[in-house]
Design a protein around this ligand. Structure first.
Ligand code: MN3
Length: 199
């Protein structure tokens, strides 16, 4: 069975003015779709075509002969996860169990937001900033290109796409303004809390 592009979990205009309809159409319908198409082409008639997406990522991670499969599979997963990290009217108070875990790990919610922002701004070039759980510990990190904590034994709770295609239409080169809008105006902390409960 072929891999499919999941629909956005909200309308294309749901995140305006913080993320425009133009950005969502380009990012979801073109970029995300292209990773799905590439993954299907690369796995066609192989055992990987019938595997779960998470298993494809874990199986080919670190395999130099399957870099293309890894990049496209991880980008399909990362984007599907990312859309769920955003919501209309997001960025407000966190569910108490998430807030408690964040305060325990990072000292305060403000310090967490500061450190996540720092990770997003210091990722040189394309990549992702993450809140994830690894070996029972909450961590903030960044990955290059398609890489994902999922490939390294981590359980992602929240992410920000910092590839230029994620913000250039709305923010041009101002990655800092985009990251601030994700955290303060679009973050779906309920989704992060659900991921924490499963991690
Ligand atoms: Mn992207």
């Amino acid at each position: 069975m072929a891999f499919e592009l999941p629909p956005l979990p909200y309308g294309y205009d749901a995140l305006a003015p913080f993320m425009s309809e133009d950005t969502l159409k380009l990012h979801h319908d073109k970029h995300h779709q292209t990773y799905v198409t590439n993954l299907n082409n690369l796995t066609k008639d192989t055992a990987l075509a019938d595997a779960a997406l998470e298993d494809v990522i874990k199986q080919v991670a670190g395999d130099a002969a399957k870099v293309g499969v890894f990049n496209n599979a991880a980008q399909v997963w990362n984007h599907t996860f990312y859309w769920q990290c955003l919501k209309k009217g997001g960025g407000g108070a966190m569910p108490s169990e998430l807030e408690k875990a964040i305060v325990d790990a990072f000292g305060s919610v403000d310090k967490f937001k500061e450190d996540l922002t720092q990770a997003a701004l210091t990722q040189f070039g394309s990549g992702w900033a993450w809140l994830y759980k690894e070996n029972g510990v909450l961590k903030i990190g960044k990955t290059s290109n398609a890489d994902t904590p999922l490939a390294h034994g981590g359980a992602p709770l929240f992410t920000i796409d910092v590839w230029e295609h994620a913000y250039y239409v709305d923010y041009q080169n101002r990655r800092a303004d985009f990251v601030k809008a994700v955290i303060n105006d679009m973050a779906n902390w309920e989704f992060a809390a659900e991921n924490l409960a499963k991690a």
